[in-house]
Write a protein that binds this ligand. Structure first.
Ligand code: 5GP
Length: 191
């Protein structure tokens, strides 16, 4: 997605050979116009699928997911990283190791919001080693829902997550795929 790649080139900060900071439009401040285009692009990519629910993880998956939900008219469910007092029992849970924070969180979704009747699209901001997506797949599987695919805003193709998921036959669509962050330079795959 051209606009997203331009934004990454102009505003992204390379923190290390493996971490990209995009706080100015996705992870802290949010660019609503870009999010709207991202939502529409996901909708186009998955136009052949019936999606009844979008499943993401707080907090940075929520903005792109909501814009997709607005475009296709489907609700967005976000997995919570901390159990709130009002979210006890009645939960699907999974453990997720965070690439950026190097800690393991339990993520949870209320059983009220996913059912075997759902066709779920999983969405997240970044794909690195695939841990967050694996946790969301686990939760979807526990609910009996069907997963139609995974939509990622920024994939880091030099890490293993995308390959692992695609080898499992899961459809992964990423809107920008980074080939390398070496030497402070952002390089994309050509497609
Ligand atoms: P994974 O679970 O695929 O290893 O990592 C994806 C998760 O870690 C995403 O939900 C995202 O929040 C975070 N993440 C991974 N790599 C990066 C990165 O380079 N920059 C930012 N801002 N977040 C990342």
């Amino acid at each position: 997605m051209k606009l997203l790649k331009e934004k990454i080139m102009n505003d992204g900060k390379v923190l290390s050979d493996t971490v990209l900071k995009v706080d100015s439009f996705l992870n802290h401040q949010i660019d609503p116009l870009l999010m709207k285009e991202i939502g529409e692009e996901f909708a186009n990519r998955f136009t052949d699928e019936v999606i009844t629910k979008i499943l993401t993880i707080e907090s940075s998956g929520i903005a792109p997911s909501t814009m997709l939900g607005l475009t296709i008219g489907a609700p967005v469910v976000f997995a919570r990283k901390r159990k709130s007092l009002t979210l006890s029992g009645n939960l699907y849970s999974s453990k997720v190791h965070s690439f950026t924070k190097n800690e393991t969180n339990e993520i949870s979704v209320s059983k009220d919001f996913l059912s075997p009747d759902d066709n779920v699209l999983i969405v997240d901001d970044f794909l690195a080693n695939g841990e967050a997506v694996k946790g969301l797949l686990d939760i979807a599987q526990q609910s009996g829902a069907t997963v139609v695919g995974v939509g990622i805003v920024i994939e880091k193709g030099f890490q293993q997550g995308g390959q692992i998921l695609r080898e499992q036959g899961i459809r992964v669509e990423s809107l920008a795929n980074i080939k390398s962050l070496a030497n402070g330079q952002i390089e994309f795959f050509d497609y």
